[in-house]
Design a binder for this molecule. Structure first.
Ligand SMILES: Cc1cc2nc3c(=O)[nH]c(=O)nc-3n(C[C@H](O)[C@H](O)[C@H](O)COP(=O)(O)OP(=O)(O)OC[C@H]3O[C@@H](n4cnc5c(N)ncnc54)[C@H](O)[C@@H]3O)c2cc1C
Length: 469
């Protein structure tokens, strides 16, 4: 009998464009998909952990519909895998590579341990387009500026996504823990019911989302993607981060649209390469989420956590576009890209608060939380990252709001009242989602601004100038 292989499922909850399954189908091996709730899953923030759980449930159903299963186990991965190998007779473990430092440390140890046991342990590409060591600069380093990296990869071949291969089941399934016992959504409390209608979970839903985007939105993506009230983005970050869809599929979707002559396709593909850029940076500079990328920022006098930052988290700064965006985050678990930049600039420059406060808050509240994109985004906006927006370029949130939300569609939706296209009322739903301890109600008056925008800008520039000298 052909021995089964274990597929260690992590951020790759899909059947299509899955090199592990394609190979297993070719060799005829039965596949046992296993998800391990380990320390990395446990320390994931409230919203992304909850969303990961929704993805797992959907994926389990997808597998069941094909006669397969998802085995759930918790514990330290090497001992869990060893136990499964002993009980199933599997002789190989396969997984898709991840590139954040914690995952790398874990995976290296697991691979070494399994190999010591004489077991096949193989990692595969699939989470990103290009492996980080395959895009060197001319001098052999890695790209610290986006545009030259884009020029290097833009015409490269990317494997075409393959369809769902046949899945062979083992003769006997190992035991699985129960999903409900894991309580992955426990830290979401009241928020789960509010955020859930905004989620789009699972592989089929992600593929539909991409198709809809390519049919309806890509043509206006270039001109409208910066307008938070319009919603011209793909919203696929939520699915990409859990691997419910592959970035290869987005790349090829964009390329096909380009062949049809649709405008804006290059802008879209460039965004996917921004994700790539973030992963390459994190791989080569593992401290991206904790230390300033540029050492000269190590002693910048950022304020540590403070009452202003708390007001920022609660959407109570008195600056409308910032507060609307912070509430969008709390109600939907996502935030429009332009608003991520605006709230980031406001926190790190107008409030002079540390970028890690923002990074940590996003890591706790974003359902599309991605370790690399989040870290790069925060360092970029704070000015201490690679290819960063210079510190002296300080967004004026009011001017930005006038430019990109001129009719206040977005601000009204999250701050005042009104229904979105699907009849939801995010401005009032916000009060259903927040912790009761925040003691806020829909009847509260809008706060006076924490800081005058001109004064805040001048203060930030003064601190920057002193720090630089
Ligand atoms: C401070 C800050 C924090 C961020 N944190 C995250 C995060 O945790 N997770 C995350 O996925 N993105 C993050 N981003 C990047 C970006 O805001 C989101 O990827 C984007 O808003 C997702 O919307 P979309 O799927 O409609 O993107 P689209 O505009 O449709 O773009 C397609 C895909 O390209 C990628 N992409 C787009 N813009 C960027 C970017 N600037 N950096 C990296 N990848 C990009 C995403 O995977 C996205 O799904 C952050 C940006 C900033 C400024």
């Amino acid at each position: 009998m052909t021995r089964p292989i274990l597929w260690w499922v992590r951020r790759d909850m899909r059947l299509r464009d899955n090199d592990i399954l394609t190979r297993a189908a070719e060799t005829g091996h039965p596949v046992i998909p296993v998800f391990i709730r380990d320390g990395i899953v446990d320390v994931t923030g409230a919203a992304p952990k909850w969303r990961w759980g929704l993805g797992l449930q959907a994926f389990e159903q997808t597998l069941r519909a094909r006669g397969s299963r998802l085995i759930l186990r918790s514990g330290e991965p090497l001992s869990v895998l060893r136990n499964l190998i002993a009980t199933t007779g599997a002789d190989a473990v396969h997984w898709h590579r991840l590139y954040d430092p914690d995952s790398i440390t874990r995976d290296v140890a697991v691979k070494a341990g399994l190999k010591d046991d004489g077991c096949i342990a193989e990692s595969h590409a699939g989470h990103i387009l290009f492996e980080p060591w395959t895009v060197p600069t001319k001098t052999g380093g890695f790209y610290k500026v986006y545009t030259p990296m884009w020029r290097t990869v833009q015409y490269r071949d990317v494997p075409v996504p393959c369809s769902v291969p046949g899945l062979r089941s083992p003769e006997v399934w190992p035991e699985s823990e129960l999903f409900d016992d894991w309580a992955l959504g426990a830290a979401m409390r009241r928020g789960a019911g509010v955020v859930e209608p905004y989620t789009c979970v699972g592989e089929d839903a992600a593929l539909d989302r991409l198709d809809r985007f390519l049919e309806e939105n890509i043509g206006r993506y270039q001109n409208k993607r910066d307008y938070p009230g319009v919603g011209a983005g793909s919203r696929l970050s939520e699915n990409l981060t859990y691997g419910e869809i592959s970035s290869r599929r987005l790349w090829h979707g964009g390329k096909r649209a380009a062949e049809q002559g649709l405008p804006g396709t290059e802008t879209f593909i460039k965004q996917i390469v921004w994700r790539e850029f973030a992963y390459h940076l994190m791989y080569h500079q593992p401290g991206l989420a904790s230390e300033p990328f540029r050492q000269e920022w190590a002693n910048f006098p950022w304020r540590s956590d403070n009452a202003d930052a708390d007001a920022w988290r609660r959407g109570m700064t008195g600056c409308d576009i910032v507060d609307a965006a912070m509430r969008e985050l709390y109600v939907t678990g996502t935030m429009h890209n332009r608003c991520r930049m605006l709230v980031g600039s406001y926190l790190t420059k107008h409030l002079l608060s540390h970028w890690r406060i923002g990074l940590n808050w996003f890591a706790d509240t974003l359902i599309d939380w991605d370790p690399a994109a989040n870290a790069m985004g925060w360092q970029w906006i704070a000015g201490c990252g690679p290819d960063a927006s210079p510190y002296f370029r300080i967004f004026n949130p009011d001017t930005q709001a006038e430019k990109f939300d001129g009719e206040a569609i977005y601000r009204d939706l999250y701050l005042r009242c009104g229904e979105d296209d699907l009849g939801r009322t995010p401005a009032t739903d916000f009060y259903e989602a927040i912790p009761r301890s925040w003691n806020m109600s829909a009847q509260d008056a809008r706060p006076t601004p924490l800081v005058d925008l001109k004064e805040g800008r001048a203060r930030a520039l003064a601190v920057y100038s002193t720090a630089r000298n």
